[in-house]
Design a protein around this ligand. Sequence first.
Ligand SMILES: NC(=O)c1ccc[n+]([C@@H]2O[C@H](COP(=O)([O-])OP(=O)(O)OC[C@H]3O[C@@H](n4cnc5c(N)ncnc54)[C@H](O)[C@@H]3O)[C@@H](O)[C@H]2O)c1
Length: 316
Amino acid sequence: MKILANDGVSKSGIAALEKEGFEVLTTTVAQEQLVNFINENEIIGLLVRSATKVRTDIIDNCPGLKLIGRGGVGMDNIDVTYARKKGLHVINTPAASSESVAELVFAHLFGGVRFLYDANRNMPLDGDTKFKELKKTYANGIELRGKTLGVIGFGRIGQATAKIALGVGMKVIYFDRKIETAAINVPFFDGQSVSFDFNSVSKEALLKEADFVTVHVPAQKEYIIGKSEIALMKDGAAIVNAARGGVIDEVALIEGLESKKLSFAGLDVFESEPKPEIKILMNPNISLTPHIGAATGEAQDRIGIELATQITALLK
Ligand SMILES: NC(=O)c1ccc[n+]([C@@H]2O[C@H](COP(=O)([O-])OP(=O)(O)OC[C@H]3O[C@@H](n4cnc5c(N)ncnc54)[C@H](O)[C@@H]3O)[C@@H](O)[C@H]2O)c1
């Protein structure tokens, strides 16, 4: 019983699968070689993250394949409905990475309000000759405490982000098209916890009130934030996108940053991923990460174990 983890899988996931008698191959096979590799090696389970695409060519031409597993949430790289119609199991691990993505949002926010994205670019170049000038350039930071975080999309990651915000002392407001009310329980290290009740506000109200907006919706057909939404936002507000490229209109974002309407943006995902636009990459007011929201040891361990548990239940 062979499983190919084409975009890698955690050691804990491999160990859990091997314990159940599966053989796990971690070779990264090129997209165009996948059909041959799967058939020649009698692979029954194909595990992917976001890099490998599982389209109809693989689904139609690999008769021995029984399961497709996505380590993560979004399954936009898999033809899910088609695969299920053909009798394949298609699984993912929706909850495993929420905390890691939420922490990355705060890495962008904390970095943003103290200009770390820019200081880290300029200190290696001028830190020894223009220290005082740089000190002045980055002197007008602000605190997150007491500010308002607007969360668009209040599912798993939106709520995990809200928990951190509450711990930092921020006010949280949210807009979700389905979740009208939510109770958030914030646990502390010593077993204490505090609960908060929320009601969804309108997108417009959120954009007008929030000092920082973070987006946590799945891939969309239309932008959630474009030119008219940015116009509604407070002067000097900031936006973080660790959801999906195409959720925010990057052209409108650049305009918002260049006109100083927005103070900064934090982006983990990009419209033209894996080749983000040069205007985005070179903008001095964008904090950039290459789609690493779920890329922590803890999240990858949880993903591996969750996949192994589901695979064992379905294929053994
Ligand atoms: N950066 C990363 O590495 C990374 C990692 C994991 C997930 N993600 C992305 O994060 C996003 C959220 O994941 P999640 O686990 O929280 O999903 P989720 O399904 O738990 O929550 C999404 C929420 O968005 C709401 N929603 C959908 N469309 C909306 C709209 N147009 N307006 C308002 N609300 C809307 C839904 O009602 C839902 O409550 C997904 O896009 C996922 O792909 C990114």
